[in-house]
Design a protein around this ligand. Structure first.
Ligand code: NDP
Length: 240
């Protein structure tokens, strides 16, 4: 039986590449998204992967959405917590709303999704959770106290939950990508980006499918002895 995987923010950017990599690995994949209907429809038409719209920062929406997926597709074996946003600004200009929204979606979304899926994985004795952190959660980044705190929180969340899943065949790992050529990074002004690229030893941005291959490994049968780890995929920018 094919494993059933859900990828949050799975219809574009890194999430789209993850959805495709898991499908190529033989999983039945479902993608979640927040509101970009046009992209989600095109994604489903191109890939045949079903897309479900809900806000991962909304606890009840995650519970209801995952229950709907379980009913329509089958029990969820794999969760990839990829959905994330930025609301950058230096602290003295950052609003409470921008702090809270990033914590609610980037970190709260991980809690909400595993709350909806982890107990059943434990009962079935097999599961995979992969949380997408960030180099900026490891190293910090000017103008991102909200994002860096949420992503850093993901790494602690991963290690704690890994301990709860280990005995039950459920692994929990994180990937900390460096700078990847998606819409999120396209929003960074070019002069800033040039300075960032100059600090990446491999001399370029990463590609979404490079991150997806790491996720696919962590979700595979072969990764059963890997849990509580963070895989840094950043072209050597931060050796952690
Ligand atoms: P994009 O901005 O390209 O895509 C974000 C995806 O997340 C979209 O599918 C979006 O849905 C979805 N999303 C956003 N908010 C919500 C929400 N509340 N509920 C459900 N889905 C949501 O991001 P990237 O592909 O660049 O990033 C993916 C992940 O990787 C993020 O967690 C990001 O923090 C992390 N990351 C990215 C890096 C990079 O360089 N790009 C570096 C390090 C980490 P919709 O399409 O409907 O808007």
């Amino acid at each position: 039986m094919a494993r059933i995987a859900i990828v949050t923010g799975g219809t574009r950017g890194i999430g789209e590449a993850i959805s495709l990599a898991l499908k190529a690995q033989g999983c039945t994949v479902v993608a979640n998204y927040a509101g970009n209907e046009e992209k989600a429809k095109a994604f489903t038409a191109e890939t045949g992967i079903r897309a479900y719209r809900w806000d991962v920062g909304d606890h009840q929406a995650c519970i209801a959405g995952c229950a709907q997926v379980a009913e329509e597709v089958g029990p969820i074996d794999i969760v990839v917590n990829n959905a994330g946003i930025t609301r950058d600004g230096v602290l003295h200009r950052m609003s409470f709303e921008d702090w809270n929204e990033v914590m609610r979606i980037n970190l709260g979304g991980c809690f909400n999704m595993v709350k909806a899926t982890f107990p059943a994985m434990r009962e079935r004795g097999w599961g995979r959770v992969v949380n997408i952190g960030s180099i900026n959660g490891q190293a910090g980044q000017y103008g991102q106290v909200n994002y860096a705190a949420a992503k850093s929180g993901i790494h602690g969340f991963t290690k704690a939950l890994a301990q709860e899943g280990a005995k039950y065949g459920v692994t929990v790992n994180a990937i900390a990508p460096g700078y990847i050529d998606t819409d999120m990074v396209a929003a960074v002004p070019q002069p800033v980006l040039d300075k960032i690229i100059a600090k990446i030893p491999v001399g370029r941005l990463g590609h979404a499918d490079e991150i997806a291959r790491g996720v696919a490994f962590l979700c595979s049968e072969n990764a059963g002895f890997v849990t509580g780890s963070t895989l840094s995929m950043n072209g050597g920018q931060h050796m952690y």
